[in-house]
Design a protein around this ligand. Structure first.
Ligand SMILES: [Zn+2]
Length: 457
């Protein structure tokens, strides 16, 4: 039905713009929120909305709405806006039209599970944290499920329907001893069914035990260390510190950064390979088509240590004379698609974890991530968990492990790439230009990096 409506409007308006697309989104979602002993929030709702994006002489008009009754008028409005802005030639990478309807089958469809059952499961997890130890002061457990169907059509003849399920649970445990307060997080996100979150008590326990253990940890002594990052921190590092700089809209606007991100430049040892791939089935950043109807694919960003690619929308690809990569994504119908990552990771190397450790006299094993910041090529990340490495062995726990440095030197300083890649799917997501949290996944094998500046307290 959407198809006929969209196609009729596009047929009438096609000649008034260089390009037009219409998107509609239907979603139903649930959130359950426990804090400490209390059920803070429980909410179940449905939403429908849409948007139109029109291109005239290089200028974009974008209108979003909740009512579909006068779609043709909305298209005219978007064209009108585009006309006011457009002053050059419209440039979009060429794409052949596709027509496809993509359904997503869930083993245990969370839309069929009662709100009561969801609440009980999440309440049990909350109790696991609260009852873990007298030192646990508070908790936060957040459950979210969402099932969206996205309808897309453009003036070139594409029509795509895609179903996108999303389910997540996050655990926060807060432990306290005197005025020493420590926090630990664990979470899981998935595009699969309810069965994925039915047996995650060990995760709730781990959040609680990590927070309690941190009460006993000493602050790390600041300095320069050889550091081993676990798969989570390695994944966050490659997404946040490197991946965002590979987004072509950013590069196109920043002359200095686009000079630093020159294709063909050496970025690391020949063992370093970095990929963004939206076509892997069923990961958080996956979809068969991006939000411009471009087929997603495996894109190498760094291959054998050399910078070889970047991420594009149709517009950035055309402007930079490269191919579109399937990376135009919109958070929802209120936003236009911009260049985003999907599933970003460092490929496996060949060094087992024990061999990465060996030969480190005094170093740090940094695990998990508790926040971070990047400004162009400079980054700072706080590990969620840390251990000293002494004589090639993991030793006592340490806290306040804050890693900082310059992206380019740090990539060159990666001296060991593990063989244990893990993709991380958490409850959070990626933020950019006010569009967040957008579901993405990231991953890495264990990485050994020399000369990392570690700040302690
Ligand atoms: Zn991000």
């Amino acid at each position: 039905m959407m198809r006929e409506i969209f196609e009729k409007v596009l047929k009438n308006k096609k000649d008034k713009a260089d390009y037009i697309e219409i998107r509609a989104e239907k979603k139903e979602f649930t959130t359950i929120h426990f804090q400490g002993e209390k059920l803070e929030k429980i909410n179940c709702s449905q939403q429908i909305g849409g948007d139109v994006r029109a291109l005239v002489k290089g200028g974009w008009g974008f209108i979003s709405f909740n009512q579909f009754d006068n779609l043709e008028e909305k298209v005219s409005e978007a064209i009108e806006v585009a006309r006011l802005i457009g002053k050059e030639e419209s440039r979009l990478a060429v794409n052949s039209p596709v027509v496809e309807i993509i359904k997503q089958d869930l083993d245990k469809d969370f839309r069929q599970i009662s709100l009561r059952e969801k609440k009980e499961l999440v309440g049990n997890y909350n109790n696991i944290i609260m009852n873990f130890s007298p030192q646990i002061q508070s908790s936060k457990v957040i459950y979210t499920d969402k099932f969206s169907t996205i309808y897309f059509a453009n003036s070139e003849g594409s029509y795509i329907e895609q179903e996108k399920p999303f389910l997540s649970v996050s655990f926060t445990a807060i432990a306290r001893k005197g005025d020493n307060v420590q926090i630990a997080n664990e979470s899981i996100g998935t595009t699969k069914g309810f069965e994925i979150i039915e047996k995650i008590s060990p995760k709730a326990q781990r959040a609680a035990s990590r927070a309690v253990n941190l009460l006993r940890a000493e602050s790390v002594e600041g300095g320069e260390y050889t550091v081993i990052l676990d798969q989570i921190l390695g994944g966050v590092f490659i997404h946040e510190a490197f991946g965002h700089l590979s987004e072509a809209d950013f590069l196109y606007e920043d002359e200095r950064m686009s000079g630093l991100m020159k294709l063909g430049k050496k970025f690391g040892s020949p063992k370093l390979n970095v990929v963004d791939d939206g076509s892997i089935p069923n990961l958080l950043g996956s979809a068969k088509y991006d939000d411009e109807g471009i087929r997603t694919r495996k894109n190498y960003l760094i291959k054998d240590g050399i910078l070889v690619g970047r991420l594009h929308s149709r517009e950035t690809a055309a402007k930079m004379g490269e191919e579109p990569t399937g990376n135009a994504r919109a958070l929802n119908y209120r936003f236009k698609p911009i260049v985003r990552m999907t599933n970003t990771y460092i490929e496996n190397g060949d060094t087992p974890f024990e061999d990465l450790l060996s030969g480190i006299k005094k170093g740090i094993y940094a695990k998990d991530c508790y926040g971070g910041m990047t400004t162009f090529e400079m980054f700072t990340f706080s590990a969620g968990e840390g251990y000293m490495i002494r004589d090639g062995k993991i030793a006592e726990p340490v806290k306040d492990v804050v890693l900082s440095g310059n992206l380019f030197t740090t990539l060159l300083n990666i001296e060991g790439v593990g063989n244990d890649l893990k993709m991380i799917e958490s409850s959070g997501g990626c933020g950019k230009s006010g569009q967040g949290p957008l579901p993405v996944s990231f991953g890495s094998p264990h990485l050994r990096i020399k000369k990392v500046v570690v700040g302690g307290k």
